[in-house]
Design a protein around this ligand. Sequence first.
Ligand code: SAH
Length: 219
Amino acid sequence: MNLTHRGIGMTSQRTRERLVQRLRDEGIRDERVLAAIRDTPRHIFVDEALASRAYEDTALPIGFAQTISQPYIVARMTEALLEAGPLNDVLEVGTGSGYQTAILARLVRRVYTVERIEALLNQARDRFRELGLRTIRLKHADGTLGMPEYAPFDGILVTAAPETVPDALVAQLKVGGRMVLPVGGREGQSLVRVTRTERGVERRVLERVVFVPLLGGLQ
Ligand code: SAH
């Protein structure tokens, strides 16, 4: 079945406009980000049985004990990444459903995305093809190590939480580049923006969040 034609009722312009309005009410201001969310069909990134809930502002299960991020969080992280201006090369760690990747692909020149669960990566690849997104490069690997073969990046976005900021990822940022990631363990996580400077890094805590953990090893 053609993925983009699935769940016609839920994809109506009005349903998506409602989500965008909600994100505005929650404080998302970047019009480029809001437009990307309006134009990206989130229902094709979840199982058909959950398609009717795809435009609610909530995380949803995608199998393998993982979740598609809440639209507010996707918007907030993307906004924080783009704050200082347009970016060329962006690395995403934790492809998952591919929804965040698809949003990024509309806003930056090229997206490199890495996922440790091969089955999720393959599903995401099919969705990108279906949507005609051709600027995304996918890799099955432990994203804690980044993608050294394509580094350095203008931006890095991590969608699973490490206990501390991974050094290998900081090392793959250009000077002036920024990384947005959740950091912390079971006791709680913070969304952090790390900017690489000539002298080191600057850190800014944005807000409290809840993400699945960044794990080692492939599956
Ligand atoms: N951006 C995704 C979020 C998925 S949840 C979405 O909106 O759908 C986080 C993802 O990170 C999961 O798919 C999980 O398998 C993946 N992940 C966790 N640890 C990882 C690691 N070390 N390397 C790559 N991916 C990882």
